[in-house]
Design a protein around this ligand. Sequence first.
Ligand SMILES: [Zn+2]
Length: 484
Amino acid sequence: MAKAASLACLVLAAAGLGTQAWGLSAAAGKIDITPSAERRGVYLAGFGAKGRRPSGVHDPLYAHLLVLKDGPRVVALASLDLLGFYRNDVEDLRRLSGFNGPDHHLFVAATHNHSGPDTLGFWGPWPGASGVNKRWQRRTRDRVAAALRDLEAHLREVRLTGWHGRLDPQGLCRDNRDPVILDSDLAALEFSDRNGRSVATIVNWSCHAEVLGRDNLLITADFPGFLCGKVERERGGTCLFFNGAIGGLLTPERVLGRDGFAEASRIGTAVAGAALRGLAGASLRQEHPALDFHSRLVPVPIENSRYLLALPALTFGHRLFDSAGRPLAGWQAYWLALRQVLGVLSPEARPWIETEVSVLDMGPARLLGIPGEAFPELVIGGYDGRYRSGHPLVKPENADPPDLAAAPRPPYLKDFIRRPLPMVVGLANDEIGYLVPKYDFKIRDNRLMLPRLPGDHYEETNSIGPAATGIIVHTAEGLLGDHP
Ligand SMILES: [Zn+2]
């Protein structure tokens, strides 16, 4: 049985808060983005290139949307029931919606759903072929942009209630790669209007949305769909689920023999129930929560040889740059991939992409947006076993155990957030794959990234490369430090 314990419950003095010139206003809603399963050219994302064509729809996929306004500053949040959303799509969505600076910002994250359409170009009919249905993707982007603009015209004044606690992951989520470190933080943030009606609830928890496995052919939003369904039924308003640091790899703990949908429902319902109980007892309330958004662009090199071989497919999600930051033309992706195939691409000639680290403040809550799947240990540490949740820190049978003596020392990313309600959001404003701690990034052959070493080293093969982790962690620390 999952247990939730309140960690942060403090009353913020009303004095001083009322002196702010602006009140926060909000509007929220969701749009159905389910592709028609019968439509040609829809392939399900995740679990290797198996050419999974959906056979039907179990439950709809949504874009859950929230627009917040504080004085001249407007920030939109979008949670998409998708596996990932590339930087180019984020930029397009910002441009189309008008949430494109200097006072309008968009924070968008995918739930990492493994039973939705391929949005990244990895899961087509055969390995190397994209499974993206471009028409559906364009239409979805246009509809989300229009919905965001519409929400901005329907803002009403809100106040905020927040809760941050722990949810015991036993029976809900497990870590299948050593060291076993589970981020058990659960955070919830509710915006309600002057009449006490809920406008939106944000829930932040960490686990891969892959309760339904590779054999499932029905489109579903997986456990986040059940989670948001319960929150919306019980509280009203719109629920936005944001996944956390899920690399390393945090995967649902299924009860053997049970139907996948029953399991997705069980896990989503348990997380939602804990978040709602936390909110019901929360004393963290603000009448005039301040709103702020900062982001920083980060260049990272593409070191993974598999990504280099697939460069032409990858470039629809990112623009390429050379190591000096000069943009590369589209045809150069083919040239670079060919040189990689021939084994003559030198490390200096590898291309770079630009990604983004972001910080979003909503009163006592601070969201740190990481553009991929960070290992939880980068966020919370736990190399001493404090977050192993009853499992051995390192499996005795592990043929290639991590060298914990070489693991990074504190402070870790969450230590830099310094807010009563810290949230780390993965797959935020981009998806660049796993962010593996450098000490544990192990591959035998850097050119092929294969074969995997014995033990659990799947994540390296789905990472942009070992350098990206340090660059992104360093940038996040700098961004948090510059905006204390
Ligand atoms: Zn993943």
